[in-house]
Design a binder for this molecule. Sequence first.
Ligand code: HEC
Length: 167
Amino acid sequence: MRLLLVLAAFLASTAWCADPLPSDASVSGGKTMVAKVIVNSGRLEWVPHKRDLTPWLTLSYQDRRATPEPARFAMKTPLNGDAARGKALAWEWCVTCHALPGDDWPGSVGNPMLHYKQFKHPNPLVFQQIYDARVYNPTTIMPPFGRFGLLNEQDIGDLVAYLQSLE
Ligand code: HEC
């Protein structure tokens, strides 16, 4: 479910383009539908996402809407992030691909985030990676969370604070 949630969220806003949603986009009643696992049933239930994700690109091959170019964003210093809130966001948006402490079903697509603090990465670098990772790696599969408007500046600051707190 997490993977589908993120895939549904891997997007770019129609604010940048006029093309309509493709007919095979998983949208119902104006809401993006995401798959919810029905535990131990082998089945999925499709439920509307709590946010309207329809402005952004879907996985449909027919989705020809334009995406915003990669962009840099200078983090305001010093970092003003709430690690507890960042943790909640990470469990919503990042755990699909990255292993986080306490996750017994970790994602293995991105780097494990266990003991992240040990790397001593500068905050602005981590912030940019979350804002728009394409600046570092044009072919990354990590969604440009900030650039695509999925997360705001405060959200990203909170995520940086959380990652940098992982002993
Ligand atoms: C769709 C998979 C995916 C999702 C979702 C994802 N990432 Fe990533 N992430 C990656 C990949 C793959 C890399 C490796 C670098 C690259 O490919 O550009 C990466 C790299 C990173 C890095 C740099 C690596 C390092 O060790 O410092 C950070 C920081 C990071 N991700 C944070 C996040 C955060 C925070 C979220 C949630 C808001 C997130 N990622 C969501 C796939 C993902």
